[in-house]
Write a protein that binds this ligand. Structure first.
Ligand SMILES: CCCCCCCC(=O)SCCNC(=O)CCNC(=O)[C@H](O)C(C)(C)COP(=O)(O)OP(=O)(O)OC[C@H]1O[C@@H](n2cnc3c(N)ncnc32)[C@H](O)[C@@H]1OP(=O)(O)O
Length: 173
């Protein structure tokens, strides 16, 4: 998936310091929003260098097959974790391409731990990968690669903002 012309990228000196939560991008976001009526409420933590981490408890409403997480929920979690990582470059992005290897069933009630990493970039393209485990990093349950495209936030959402669902404490996007 990685292109031959991929280049190294550098963490922005003003990025969220390691160990701190990277700011919500939208309080009503399905992935990270603290006020979304239904959502994953994932908190992405900045790591060292170009890495991020997150954890997600697998709730009963996330069920797909009996007793296990729905694959689409896991996909959304990967999207959120990897999609937040380009903020270490201070670049807002949207997902262009996302691919997942589902290695093992993930039981309801477990906690999925994610470690994401930016691999490099080409022009507006940011390449990332992420691994998920249930507590033992040597025993991954899933892995993902994704390509994100840097956007101009104002332009990208200009035709949609009038449809936005707001909370009482809406903070923009
Ligand atoms: C803090 C934030 C956390 C967010 C986490 C959640 C993220 C999300 O879920 S975002 C929602 C899902 N994604 C979307 O809605 C995006 C929908 N798609 C789009 O809006 C557009 O296709 C968009 C913006 C990605 C690209 O369009 P545009 O701005 O015209 O750029 P475009 O010139 O087509 O592409 C830019 C580059 O990306 C490449 N590219 C675009 N899409 C893809 C793709 N699917 N696969 C491979 N390459 C792609 C292009 O080839 C081009 O590459 P190059 O520089 O080599 O020419």
């Amino acid at each position: 998936m990685l292109p031959a012309d991929i280049e190294p990228v550098i963490r922005d000196p003003k990025a969220t310091p390691p160990g701190h939560r990277i700011d919500l991008h939208h309080s009503m976001c399905f992935g990270c929003g603290s006020e979304a009526p239904v959502g994953l409420r994932i908190e992405v933590i900045a790591g060292e260098g170009l890495t991020v981490t997150a954890a997600m408890k697998v709730e009963d409403w996330m069920q797909g097959g009996p007793g296990v997480i729905h694959g689409g929920v896991l996909s959304a979690a990967f999207d959120e974790v990897m999609g937040t990582s380009p903020l270490l470059l201070r670049k807002p992005v949207v997902t262009g391409h996302l691919e997942i290897d589902y290695a093992k069933p993930i039981p309801l009630g477990s906690t999925v731990h994610f470690t994401g990493e930016i691999l490099g970039g080409v022009r507006r393209k940011v390449y990332t990968r992420c691994v998920a485990h249930l507590g033992d990093p040597a025993n991954p349950v899933a892995a993902a690669h994704a390509l994100f495209i840097a956007i101009d936030l104002e332009k990208h959402f200009s035709g949609y903002r009038e449809r936005a669902v707001h909370s009482q404490h809406q903070n923009g996007a």
